[in-house]
Design a protein around this ligand. Sequence first.
Ligand code: PLP
Length: 383
Amino acid sequence: MNTYTRYPVQLIRGKGCRVWDDTGKEYLDFISGIAVNTLGYAHPALSKALCEQAKTMLHCSNLFHIPAQQQLAARLAALSGLGKVFFCNSGAEANEAAIKLARKYFYDKHSSKRNIITATKSFHGRTLNTLTATGQDKVKVGFDPLPPGFLHVPLNDIAALEAAINEQTAAVLLEPLQGEGGVNIAHADYLKQVRALCDRHGILLLLDEVQTGVGRCGSMFAYEQAEIRPDILTLAKGLGGGIPIGAMLANDKVAASFGPGTHGSTFGGNPLSCTAALTVLDVIENENLLENCRLRSIQLMQGLEKLRLEYPAICEVRGAGLLVGAALNTQAADIITACRELGLLILPAGPQVLRFLPPLNVSASEVNEALDKLSAACKGVFT
Ligand SMILES: *Cc1c(COP(=O)(O)O)cnc(C)c1O
């Protein structure tokens, strides 16, 4: 079905940070399949692990114990400090699981709390619950009746959040850095205040790190930078390095509300996807990719700041790690097209923000090359 506006390009193969189209044209890829290809294309360790797993077993159902799933759960639990994990296949599914668990937790406590507060400009997925949780009207039009129990407040406004909390509130669901909604940062002080507010009201803090998690923001999870921990955490995009996998993590107390029969997934946590995620975590560690992410982030943001001084159409450079945005006072589409023609793939985040999502192993020279191409695109479009 015609659900995507597609660029007029067919990408055939990739290696590292580069891709080639069907005419042989080479591009530097600062999209990474929308923050999915954490290790770039055709990383040898990931290719090898997947080939070996494909020769052994792809799938066997959650009716059986799955060693790779147990190992991945243990790794994610150790990294996050959240004791339990449920595996699924996508970001929306992980958020659906989070919403279900938050409600079931209060049901089990004989409490009537069911409502979820989210932020305006947020993005949480395309299922009926997650599009209702999403704080953007454009994803909701035509899909009523929408499920009840969701409301939105402006990000970084603690008073608005406090005013919205009532006896029916079960949870607050936030992205630590809004990706789709325009690369909007939830400030560390705000996140700390949200954590304290949730504790004071006895409600749950859910963080959607589908885009920000797994090293994308320079720490394994973005929330670490605010020195807080959520009660429930969702991951997906970058977790499998290109193989679909989602995860919903929760602390032991909350996770206890999911018993046999309360939730499930046919494909979730199969041997192939868990092997992919384990390999991604291994490579992040072995190749020191969190540090590379932080260094390349500084380099990219400094380069964008220099361009901003040259071109007043660039109003602000913001982001964390390698989830970086450049807000324009004009449409992003023209620059994106010019970049593509010059061999650089970048994304919009809303109509007026350029978004840069290179793989976490992007090199210093590749960042410089991308900045040169962007500079040439700006010269063409803005002068
Ligand atoms: C992409 C995204 C989702 C939805 O993930 P899907 O895998 O497309 O369902 C949810 N939340 C955030 C923050 C995202 O960036």
